[in-house]
Ligand binder design. Structure first.
Ligand SMILES: *[C@@H]1O[C@H](CO)[C@@H](O)[C@H](O)[C@H]1NC(C)=O
Length: 455
């Protein structure tokens, strides 16, 4: 089954990059409209989500429902759609106070709801791919209330659903032994908004009421420009000085030629020497080329196509583009390795192909343990892991191989502008802050700082 979903996923992605939904978004009158329950989680940590029915909500009376096919990226993003049991039909109003089901609060259920309300839990649902959010309940004066009535105002235009407004009403006090009756109503309203504009509402900054920290982005940007400017100024001055001394030397004949070497003359015999660990070095370079192209491609796809309108399509696109750009990795890594005179190119290619996937999967694996421990919806099922492994083995690896072979053949001959000295110059003693470990950490501080402030 997972192999099929993988094949289907690849097919869908190849056919049409941004569309992976089973619905065509067109409804006939009285056709069933499915309300999918997705997740619940604390409002102040949007990454922490649990399946909707992990809280003791009850499922409506309606049982039969067409099956929902989850895509790979939805599984990775922790989307878990479950049918709500609410009967909703296109353009058919449901009168107020229609009961779906009843929950009798046992001690355990009471505690679960109180915990959720205390931690400002909110839930997310989908109607026709449109996300809907709402609060589970409210706290007044140390008493906990839960919203039991959901009012859906659905706007339609012709045969398409344009917008959904959810209003939570009828707060009920939570106490052990209470009988909570969950009710809903649906009102259909015609609207003139076009189908293609239906996601514009979510792009309006007032909708989520989040602010972009323009100042800190600007600040980081200026900092980067300042540092780049500083470094290039130092380099240019050093080069100028070297240049001036060379021309002076030429005028003063060859007196100083021996022994008094400096600047470029000093290092030109060593700059093209292959690194002490060429396999790792060239793999990292290849991965860098690949990551840069992935970022550029996905960013431009996101700008051109509306990737935010389909669940999980940004991640599917990213995975697809990553797999598709593997030859770039192979080409640049493999050709550089060959120019450095490397022989064990198969090992280099394997490391190149699996370097980023293993870092990502390793991190995901750790997070997965935590997610499984807390029963969070982000826990990645075994089948999904298998699918990801399959993509790595059967898509990324062969494409990297192709890139490596092409790179070695087209661009594999050394073409350095100057000779490499046979004897490497000894590297002078370094200060402690020039050690690789310290430099690695320091290099990451600036990008980390700018991202951390934003988060
Ligand atoms: C949903 O709410 C918005 C803003 O309050 C309103 O403009 C719109 O008409 C509502 N839509 C429906 C279908 O009730």
């Amino acid at each position: 089954m997972y192999v099929w979903s993988l094949v289907l996923f690849l097919l869908l992605v190849t056919l049409k990059l941004s569309s992976a939904d089973e619905h065509n978004h067109i409804y006939e009158d009285q056709e069933e409209v499915v309300l999918w329950m997705n997740t619940v989680g604390p409002y102040h940590n949007r990454q922490e989500t649990y399946a909707y029915f992990s809280l003791p909500f009850c499922i409506g009376s309606k049982q039969s429902i067409s099956h929902y096919h989850e895509t790979l990226s939805e599984a990775l993003e922790g989307i878990e759609l479950e049918f709500s049991g609410y009967a909703i039909d296109f353009k058919e109003d449901v009168p107020p106070k229609t009961e779906t089901c009843m929950v009798e609060l046992s001690e355990e259920k009471y505690k679960a709801f109180v915990y959720a309300v205390k931690n400002h839990y909110w839930f997310q649902m989908y109607i026709d791919g449109l996300p809907i959010w709402g609060a589970v309940g409210k706290e007044h004066d140390k008493k906990f209330y839960i919203n039991t009535h959901k009012k859906f105002d659905i706007g339609y235009n012709g045969k398409r659903i344009i917008e959904v407004n959810l209003t939570n009403e009828n707060e009920q006090l939570l106490h052990v032994g209470a009988h909570l009756s969950f009710t809903y109503e649906v009102n259909w309203r015609p609207t003139t908004v076009e189908f293609k504009d239906r996601f514009d509402k979510y792009l309006d900054p007032n909708f989520f009421q989040h602010r972009i920290h323009w100042f800190s982005i600007f600040n980081s940007f200026m900092m980067v420009i300042f540092l780049v400017g500083l470094v290039s100024m130092i380099l240019v001055r050093t080069l100028r000085k070297d240049y001036a001394r060379y021309s002076k030397d030429e005028e003063m004949d060859d007196e100083h030629d021996l022994g008094d070497e400096y600047g470029w003359k000093n290092i030109h015999g060593d700059v093209f020497r292959s690194s002490s660990n060429p396999i790792l070095f060239t793999s990292v370079i290849g991965c860098g080329y690949q990551l840069t192209s992935v970022v550029l491609c996905v960013t431009s796809f996101a700008i051109i196509g509306d990737l935010y309108t389909e669940r999980g399509s940004l991640l599917s696109t990213a995975i697809f583009v990553y797999a598709a750009t593997s030859p770039i990795n192979g080409y640049f890594g493999g050709s550089l390795y060959s120019r450095m005179g490397g022989r064990i190119w198969i090992r280099q290619m394997l490391l190149s192909a699996f370097l980023i996937p293993s870092f990502v999967c390793g991190t995901a694996f750790l997070i997965n343990f935590i997610a499984i421990y807390y029963h969070a919806s982000r826990a990645i099922p075994f089948g999904t892991m298998l699918a990801v492994t399959c993509i790595c083995l059967f898509v990324i690896l062969p494409l990297t191989l192709v890139g490596t072979i092409v790179g070695r053949n087209l661009n594999g001959q050394p073409d350095h502008p100057c000779r490499v000295n046979a004897v490497p110059r000894p590297i002078p003693e370094k200060k402690w802050f020039m050690e690789p470990l310290v430099i690695t950490l320091l290099g990451g501080i600036l990008p980390f700082g700018s991202i951390f402030i934003e988060m």
